[in-house]
Design a protein around this ligand. Sequence first.
Ligand SMILES: *[C@@H]1O[C@H](CO)[C@@H](O)[C@H](O)[C@H]1NC(C)=O
Ligand SMILES: *[C@@H]1O[C@H](CO)[C@@H](O)[C@H](O)[C@H]1NC(C)=O
Ligand SMILES: *[C@@H]1O[C@H](CO)[C@@H](O)[C@H](O)[C@H]1NC(C)=O
Ligand SMILES: *[C@@H]1O[C@H](CO)[C@@H](O)[C@H](O)[C@H]1NC(C)=O
Ligand SMILES: *[C@@H]1O[C@H](CO)[C@@H](O)[C@H](O)[C@H]1NC(C)=O
Ligand SMILES: *[C@@H]1O[C@H](CO)[C@@H](O)[C@H](O)[C@H]1NC(C)=O
Ligand SMILES: *[C@@H]1O[C@H](CO)[C@@H](O)[C@H](O)[C@H]1NC(C)=O
Ligand SMILES: *[C@@H]1O[C@H](CO)[C@@H](O)[C@H](O)[C@H]1NC(C)=O
Ligand SMILES: *[C@@H]1O[C@H](CO)[C@@H](O)[C@H](O)[C@H]1NC(C)=O
Length: 582
Amino acid sequence: MQLTMARSLDHSIWSIVALLMVLLATTNAEVIDLRWDVKFDNTFRPSSFAQPVITINDEFPGPLINATTNDIVRVNVFNHLDEPLLFTWNGIQQRLNSWQDGVSGTNCAIKPNMNWTYAFVVKDQIGTFTYFPSTNYQKLAGGFGPIRVNNRIVINVPFAKPEAEFDLLIGDWFFADYKVIRSRLAASTEVPDMMLINGKAPYGYSGSKRYESVTVTKGKTYRFRVSNVGTTLSFNFRIQNHKMVVVETEGSYTNQTTLDSLDVHVGQSYSLLVTADQDDADYYIVATPKLLNTTGDSPLVAKGVLHYTKSGSSVTGSIPIGPNPWDIEFSVNQARSIRWNMTTGAARPNPQGTFNVSNVTLSQTIILHGSQTNIRGTYRYAVNNISYLTPDTPLKLADYYVNGSGVYRLGEFPTQSVKEAATYGVSVVNAMHKGWHEIIFQNDLVLMESWHLDGYGFYVVGFDDGEWTPGSRNTYNLYDPVVRSTVQVYPGGWTAVYVFLDNPGMWNLRSQHLKRWYLGEELYVRVHDDDPNPAKENPPPENLLLCGEILTPYGLNRDGDDNDGGSMTAMVVVHEHITPYC
Ligand SMILES: *[C@@H]1O[C@H](CO)[C@@H](O)[C@H](O)[C@H]1NC(C)=O
Ligand SMILES: *[C@@H]1O[C@H](CO)[C@@H](O)[C@H](O)[C@H]1NC(C)=O
Ligand SMILES: *[C@@H]1O[C@H](CO)[C@@H](O)[C@H](O)[C@H]1NC(C)=O
Ligand SMILES: *[C@@H]1O[C@H](CO)[C@@H](O)[C@H](O)[C@H]1NC(C)=O
Ligand SMILES: *[C@@H]1O[C@H](CO)[C@@H](O)[C@H](O)[C@H]1NC(C)=O
Ligand SMILES: *[C@@H]1O[C@H](CO)[C@@H](O)[C@H](O)[C@H]1NC(C)=O
Ligand SMILES: *[C@@H]1O[C@H](CO)[C@@H](O)[C@H](O)[C@H]1NC(C)=O
Ligand SMILES: *[C@@H]1O[C@H](CO)[C@@H](O)[C@H](O)[C@H]1NC(C)=O
Ligand SMILES: *[C@@H]1O[C@H](CO)[C@@H](O)[C@H](O)[C@H]1NC(C)=O
């Protein structure tokens, strides 16, 4: 391992320089060079309870990555935590480059006291996204932050330039130390304690003096980039006495619709335009949890303040009334009304509607049931009754160096429900490069679900109650479905998406609900092209970290004494995953 690290340190600089030279020669992209020091901060707690919060450069939430389409982003991550760390870039597609995706199936973790530089291009994308730590349940402790990908100057944005932009990262929060919660996951049914806006407690919460406040000038219009960075709860977002216009979601410009409130599910992001068209005063910004009864003074109701520059008073009255949190129909109808604006350009000048799905030929239908299950008495979550176990060798490395051998086997994961009792597995779907796929997410729980695919945006063609059948296709919206990377699935219902698999790599498909993800509700989609042409898929970066069975850049380590890994030892690996590294 020492040798490997030394080698990667030597080469990483040159690989990045080479990457930059190629890219800079062909585009006028900029290089965004960041150094992140990631550590625990015991003083940064949002409530009065002592707990470690993961900060980046002493900030919580972490710093904004403010990029423009095709920019190169380099993030040199210094891990000052006491356990391995990876960041994933939720919604950044990493074209031809799953090597930078930062999940356990694509990357070896950055060990404590080490640093590693991610280098990727935000290729052909615009929009609002987030990043967060992807392993060891660390997202519960923070470490998340906002990503903006701005339009290139030559491509029009389909609305007037707002006066300013605000990132609002909203999400549920627990008072206990994340390691304590992580250690008792199977046994507990605990709900979050609080809802934070940009890491701050609700306005008026007695345990904290810090709340989020956003200052606006009467008559001006602002862009709010609202993301659900929580682990568990969907929320309804609204601003007292103000309307909002939905304009973008996870990289797609939407048909601009005016709403009183908007449901945002775990892992999703939206841009909303808000005009300060009320009297000079202060107004509540709130996010109330879905499928939960709360009162206005509950810490689970996020409360911030929209402050007019000439306001002379603090917020008054009760928080604005939203939809009934149990009204699924409201939420489904709103979701169905969020459509792609077909005539606008986004990352490229051609209109989004150039990608017309009304007439595509599907090469595969994948039906994924997410459910809670028990395996030999252990509380787990599963997809089609396979509960994912994290092997100690990232699938991407196993795929590249040894064709998966000893780590995962293709053809084992059932792409339809099987009615067989739940088991553990290393789930990999082998998918045809460039094929159109239909994925049906079926939610067997009585709670909200939220699914995310790395590497892609998918076309959200339908939502409904009950069990999906081929006849459900008659209800699809194939005219202007919105394209996004995280989609909700209603309790006991289904959501259907189309995805064109044109991005070779090993891609994580997961529940965005942290507990379910961690306890097995995930799989990988291997999009493979036999052609070794690097134009089809990037080779590994020169600073590639090696681990598990791949300890040399040539392939399997069969005689190493500390590694007899592979899927048979996956149970052990899960424990390693949970136990802090030392
Ligand atoms: C983000 O980048 C854009 C484009 O370069 C720039 O106009 C804007 O001021 C930047 N915003 C922040 C907060 O840095
Ligand atoms: C670690 O950080 C140093 C700069 O302090 C940098 O030169 C080196 O490339 C980084 N290592 C990796 C593997 O990214
Ligand atoms: C769609 O985008 C076009 C082109 O940018 C814009 O003019 C139009 O207002 C948008 N329409 C809606 C309904 O959002
Ligand atoms: C989207 O906007 C276009 C242009 O305004 C309009 O014709 C179309 O009906 C809208 N679609 C929806 C679903 O609102
Ligand atoms: C939530 O409140 C509603 C209306 O007050 C009530 O009918 C319902 O039983 C409550 N649900 C739960 C789970 O407490
Ligand atoms: C739709 O599919 C039919 C049959 O495959 C084909 O003849 C037709 O040209 C297609 N239309 C478009 C707009 O692609
Ligand atoms: C998409 O193609 C179909 C024909 O397959 C056509 O009827 C429809 O109008 C097209 N949609 C757009 C937005 O161009
Ligand atoms: C890789 O493994 C797959 C089955 O998992 C097999 O079909 C394929 O032939 C193997 N390729 C090589 C180069 O060994
Ligand atoms: C999971 O296993 C249970 C018990 O065997 C079975 O009833 C259920 O249908 C299975 N679910 C799926 C999605 O295969």
